[in-house]
Design a protein around this ligand. Structure first.
Ligand SMILES: Cc1ncc(COP(=O)(O)O)c(C=O)c1O
Length: 369
């Protein structure tokens, strides 16, 4: 009996939060393989294979990298390597807002445009802002985890590309491998995602892609640090080397997961995420719940549902008693929304099990289902 007994159910509690998410048994087994030396040829080969297998997920033939850090470190690295003076943060919720705070903490001028939470950022507003002032980079969020909004990345990136010297930096943390990114086609300069979201691996590892022009910018940047110096990282990985000792369990599991993703097919994987999101929305509508996210911009990986008069803390607790963990609203939305992360290796059959438990809770509460 241990300290987690109150949250365990059967084998373990099933995570439906927007990351960390469930991991396949084979992935958990890969994490437990004996370690290898990080400077061995086997490790070099493993790193190079992971790099090459990640490229199609970004949609890039440019530079793919990874580091044993959470994605928060990439917010900071993006600023240190790519923003000498000023960044513009286009935000629509708690996570995209935080990137601006990180930029200021790094001593940069961070300007912002925002929309009320629940709405998506608009290309026209961005174009008007860029006409007023110039920036080293525009920081976009693809999928805002706090509000379940997927931004129109293609349109936003294309507005930034109208400015020849402004880089397009994208937080793809809760979209990567669940919603297409099309890095090269959209002219993105940096996109990154941590492993505990749609990649369905443990937290503490981040994958990213860099454009040629981003690397050129980084090469001229002062004070870009050490571990997350993009130039050092790229030169190292081109030879299968890491700046510091990498998380080798993550590399084992990443390669296996990338093979599993290739076997499923990227289009099928995106379609599976879309099908779960569609089902989630129809469940909510049928039960009289509105989606918190603006119509037409609802996420395929993270559903954010307006709770109405449902006691969210009670709902989350009742579901946990049934072995399923969903999220309360984030930050100022706590108690007003609940969020379901249908990402990674979750499928429609498992979602039906969750929805039937959610219905059972609503019946217990006395709501019509
Ligand atoms: C959109 C988004 N960006 C960044 C982060 C931070 O990621 P990490 O916890 O891996 O640092 C999160 C975490 O949930 C997120 O949802």
């Amino acid at each position: 009996m241990g300290e987690f007994d109150d949250i365990l159910f059967g084998d373990h509690e099933i995570l439906w939060i927007p990351g960390p998410t469930e991991m396949y048994p084979e992935i958990r087994a890969a994490l437990a393989r004996p370690t290898i030396g990080h400077r061995s040829q086997a490790c070099k080969d493993l790193m190079l294979r992971c790099r090459d297998k990640l490229a199609p997920l970004f949609g890039t033939t440019q530079h793919v990298l990874f580091e044993s850090v959470p994605a928060t470190a990439l917010w900071e690295a993006a600023i240190r390597n790519l923003v000498p003076k000023r960044s513009l943060h286009v935000h629509c919720g708690a996570f995209s807002e935080r990137w601006a705070k990180v930029a200021r903490a790094c001593g940069r001028e961070a300007d912002e445009i925002s929309v009320p939470w629940g709405q998506a950022n608009r290309p026209d507003t961005l174009r008007a802002k860029l006409a007023e002032s110039s920036y080293d980079a525009v920081c976009l969020i693809h999928n805002e985890t706090a509000t379940g909004v997927t931004n129109p990345l293609r349109e936003l990136a294309s507005v930034v590309r109208e400015q020849p010297d402004t880089l397009v930096l994208v937080d793809a943390v809760t979209s990567f491998s669940g919603i297409p990114i099309d890095f090269d086609e959209l002219g993105i300069d940096l996109a990154f995602a941590s492993a505990q979201k749609c990649l369905a691996l443990p937290a503490g590892f981040t994958v990213y892609a860099l454009s040629d022009r981003a690397l050129e910018r980084a090469a001229t940047a002062e004070g870009r640090g050490w571990l997350l110096d993009f130039v050092r990282a790229q030169e190292g990985l081109s030879k299968g080397e890491s700046v510091a000792t990498p998380s080798i369990p993550h590399l084992y599991a990443l390669e296996l997961q990338l093979d599993r993703i290739a076997a499923e097919g990227l289009d099928a994987r995106y379609a599976r995420h879309q099908a779960m999101a569609t089902r989630m929305r129809s469940w909510a509508g049928d039960r009289g719940f509105a989606m918190f996210s603006e119509a037409g911009f609802e996420s395929d990986t993270t559903s954010c549902v307006a709770a109405g008069d449902l006691d969210v803390a009670w709902f989350v607790k009742e579901l946990r008693a049934r072995g399923k963990f969903i999220s309360n609203g984030y930050g100022k939305l706590k108690g007003q929304t609940f969020r379901i992360g249908h990402m990674g290796d979750h499928g429609e059959a498992q979602l039906e099990e969750l929805l039937s438990d959610m219905d059972a809770c609503l019946v217990q509460r006395g709501s019509p289902t």
